[in-house]
Design a binder for this molecule. Structure first.
Ligand SMILES: N=C(N)NCCCC(=O)O
Ligand SMILES: [Zn+2]
Ligand SMILES: [Zn+2]
Length: 344
């Protein structure tokens, strides 16, 4: 009795080893099959995918960054990555909106969490940069689950070291190009000003989408424009529609290597209550997902979803939206990987 119960656990947690096609190419190891093993059983990796240490290397690594020492208001984003993993148990392997099976096109795996010092932001930033750099050096793309928006800076540093200055598509209610808070330069309101100063962004292709809400003064916008950013406000998305917005973004990005950073507060608080600095009048989750799907031909090299704060969430509304956002981003990257492989 005991033994059979134990073997059941082994079946639940066990995964098949990597196998090969007759051609010799490794077939990606996909998620646990939720039609055979209840989706609420076992530890939560993103989309029930294998852990990176189970597959060795991955084309796309999902990386948690439990860090929220850079926030200016509500805390809790340190719990965001694991909440997104839990909510992602319901994702299925075929994405009809992009007509792609992301976990079959490429090896996607969960790389676990970065250890980031919660008491020293400078050291945490260095730790995130080092961990991201190590993964990128293996040739993987990163799908990072935050964490507060501070972490975009070290992620961009690591990505730029591999690809050179990248185009940035930034979904957020906030500019995050402010200078300092309490004299501190590394916060969740400042990552993109630091990134421009450090020369790690391609300033000919910087876009914010979803901007809205009160600012400190008109200079916020002047500074932002001088850094090279173009703004598509939340109201622009409403008036112009998702197709036109996606087309404008595609034209601006062109063939440049692209990094997408999604602050979940780009969504209206009705769609994402669980976040640190909510602003009324935001995008619907439908609008965000549709804009992302419209970027299929872009050269997406890495992405993040940040600012999910589970203590302020209800019924996993925010974590579900974030898990679907990460799913669309992962699908974009898997399709890129498959396209590059086919071109070789
Ligand atoms: N990155 C996020 N979520 N928020 C930045 C808000 C900075 C402020 O308190 O003015
Ligand atoms: Zn924000
Ligand atoms: Zn932000």
């Amino acid at each position: 009795m005991e033994r059979s119960a134990l073997s059941q656990v082994t079946v639940t947690l066990g995964r098949m080893s990597t196998h090969r096609e007759p051609s010799g190419a490794a077939i990606p190891r996909g998620p646990v099959d939720s039609s055979r093993v209840p989706r609420y059983a076992g530890p939560a990796t993103f989309a029930r995918l294998p852990r990176l240490d189970e597959v060795g290397t991955a084309d796309v690594a999902v990386l948690g960054v439990p860090f929220d020492s850079g926030v200016s208001y509500r805390p809790g984003a340190r719990f965001g990555g694991n909440a997104i993993r839990e909510a992602s148990r319901l994702l299925r392997p075929y994405n009809p909106a992009q007509d792609a099976a992301p976990f079959a096109l490429a090896q996607v795996a969960d790389a676990g969490d970065v250890v980031a010092n919660p008491f020293d932001i400078g050291e945490a930033v260095r730790m995130v940069e080092a961990a991201a750099g190590e993964l990128l050096d293996t040739g993987t793309r990163l799908m990072t689950l935050g964490g507060d928006h501070t972490i975009a800076l070290p992620l961009l540093r690591a990505v730029a070291r591999r690809h050179g200055p990248v185009a940035l598509l930034h979904f957020d209610a906030h500019l995050d190009t402010w200078d300092t808070y309490f004299g501190a330069g590394y916060t969740h309101g400042t990552p993109f000003r630091r990134a421009v100063e450090e020369g790690i962004l391609d300033t000919s292709a910087l876009s914010h989408v979803g901007i809205r809400g009160p600012l400190y003064g008109p200079r916020d916008l002047d500074d932002d424009r001088k850094m090279g950013f173009g703004i598509i406000t939340a109201a622009d998305v409403l008036r112009r529609g998702v197709d036109e917005v996606a087309q404008q973004l595609r034209e601006r990005i062109g063939g440049r290597p692209l990094y997408i950073s999604v602050d979940i507060d780009v969504l209206d608080p009705a769609h994402a209550p669980g976040t640190g600095t909510p602003e009324a009048g935001g995008l619907t989750s439908r609008e965000l997902l549709e804009i992302l799907r419209g970027l299929a031909d872009c050269r997406l090299v890495s992405a993040d979803v940040v600012e999910v704060s589970p203590p302020y969430d209800h019924a996993e509304i925010t974590a579900v939206a974030a898990s679907h956002t990460a799913y669309e981003l992962t699908t974009l990257m898997s399709r890129q990987v498959a396209g590059e492989r086919a071109a070789r």
